[in-house]
Design a protein around this ligand. Structure first.
Ligand code: UGA
Length: 436
């Protein structure tokens, strides 16, 4: 099928490449000429495992092209819109200006019978408004939220857990759902749940999923706070409750908490939208989820201060990680950089290292010192703070090796990734998060 993908960020670029890889003819459209130029050369403008291979193959085969020219969308049977919906400059609601601009520019190129599939994460109610505008062209809007995780984006797009499509009522909705089934034919053929809903449900599924994941993380971090005053070990607690299949162990990783371009802004936008709908109290717990999450960053910084005897002033702190999670170079709302900036503000000599995210981190926080080489970053440090659990810092760093490089022997494990016994045995003062 001929497809267009409007917006070539994390979502759109991966979607375009993944759709080409399953046999579609795809044009990706973005207003950023730099991004389009890189993608047209078959290069990924950000770090995402497997994406470079897919881009190279797609562009090389001629099935995948990128352009800044929106008129290239004309003639595609399905137009995916995956532009960003960041948090507003002032306030917690989502900024829908990119969605509005994308639809404004796309509408003149739609033909009767086309399907427009919104993928951006939007406040519930957005699709119904957009559907009226799309209907004036004779095309049909569906809402098809995306659940990909950065670092696993290609796999999540080609082989998702479920497909959700919000459609208008009646024959038109059924026809559009049928077309989406064709688009996702390999996943549909292997029996991936394909859930057809109304617009509001589809929009809500997305924010509810992220709200649930954020709540799960903050729940275990709340238990970490209790563990800290009782001497309990939150990692054992998570293992024990996680054996109950109704609870499950995944996303019960206590530590410095969640960041990134999705969970933090999505729970805030959800709370803001609920308030507009007169249902503030229904999701007021999300404010607690947010507050617990941010307190963990304070806690990590405090542990470094405590470890260094009450002050970090003039002390060298090696921060392992800048990305908001491993297998990503994304530093949006990264707990790692937040902690690094705060420690620097307290007078520490902070050195940040990361295998992929230094360039992005430097753009956001040029005042920090970055050293790409892990061992050079550790050299002469008085304290080590692990914040992004890349294998280089977790599995491949032994406490003995670290001790051979650092001046001090204080380690704060912001992801509860290390074996405290092993680090203590090597002479370190070990601090976990919610561990004795
Ligand atoms: C998240 C969702 O997991 C995806 O399903 C969704 O599609 C995506 O947002 C989105 O809305 O686009 P992502 O932001 O890539 O995906 O990252 P996650 O893997 O969810 O991790 C989010 C944060 O939670 C990271 O900072 C991670 O370190 C943290 N985390 C995760 C924990 O602190 N503890 C855990 O146990 C798990």
């Amino acid at each position: 099928m001929r497809l267009s993908v409007i917006g070539c960020g994390y979502l759109g670029a991966v979607h375009a490449a993944a759709m080409a890889s399953i046999g579609h003819e795809v044009v990706g459209i973005d207003i950023d000429p730099g991004k389009v130029a890189a993608l047209s050369r078959g290069e990924a403008p950000f770090f995402e495992p497997r994406l470079p291979e897919l881009l190279e193959e797609g562009v090389g085969s001629g099935r995948l092209a990128f352009t800044t020219d929106i008129s290239a969308a004309a003639g595609a049977a399905v137009h995916f819109v995956g532009v960003g919906t960041p948090q507003q400059q002032s306030g917690h609601a989502a900024d829908l200006s990119h969605v509005d601009e994308a639809f404004d520019s796309l509408l003149p190129h739609l033909r009767p019978g086309d399907v427009v599939a919104g993928k951006s994460t939007v406040p519930v109610g957005t699709a119904a408004d957009l559907a009226e505008r799309v209907a004036t062209t004779g095309a049909t809007l569906v809402w098809n939220p995306e659940f990909l995780r950065e670092g696993w984006a290609v796999q999540d797009t080609i082989d998702p857990d479920r497909l959700v499509v919000g459609v208008p009522e009646g024959d038109e909705g059924e026809r559009a759902a049928g077309i989406l089934r064709e688009v996702y034919h390999p996943a549909v053929a292997k029996g991936t749940p394909f859930i057809i809903t109304d617009f509001a449900t589809a929009e809500l599924v997305k924010v509810a999923a992220n709200a649930f994941l954020a709540t799960k993380i903050s729940f275990i971090n709340a238990m970490a706070e209790i563990a800290e005053v009782t001497g309990a070990d939150v990692t054992l607690l998570a293992d024990a409750i996680g054996h109950d299949v109704r609870i499950g162990r995944r996303f019960l990783g206590a530590g410095i908490g969640f960041g990134g371009g999705c969970l933090p802004k999505d729970i805030r936008a959800f709370a803001a939208r609920a308030e507009e709908l007169g249902r503030r109290e229904s999701v007021s717990f999300l404010r607690e989820v947010d507050a617990i999450n941010l307190r963990r960053r304070d806690r990590a910084v405090q542990l470094v201060i405590d470890g260094l005897g009450g002050s970090v002033f003039g002390k060298r702190v090696a921060v392992l990680g800048a990305a908001f999670k491993p297998f990503s170079d994304d530093v949006r709302d990264s707990p790692a950089l937040d902690a690094a900036v705060r420690l620097r503000g307290l007078g520490a000599d902070v050195v940040v290292t990361d295998p992929q995210a230094i360039e992005n981190a430097r753009r956001l926080h040029p005042q920090l010192t970055y050293i790409a080489d892990r061992d050079e970053a550790l050299r002469d440090a008085d304290a080590v703070l692990l914040v992004t659990e890349w294998d280089e810092y977790r599995r491949q760093l032994t406490p003995e090796h670290a001790a051979s490089l650092t001046r001090g022997r204080v380690v704060v494990d912001g992801r509860n990734s290390y074996d405290p016994k092993a680090w203590r045995a090597a002479g370190w003062t070990y601090f976990g998060m919610g561990r004795p």
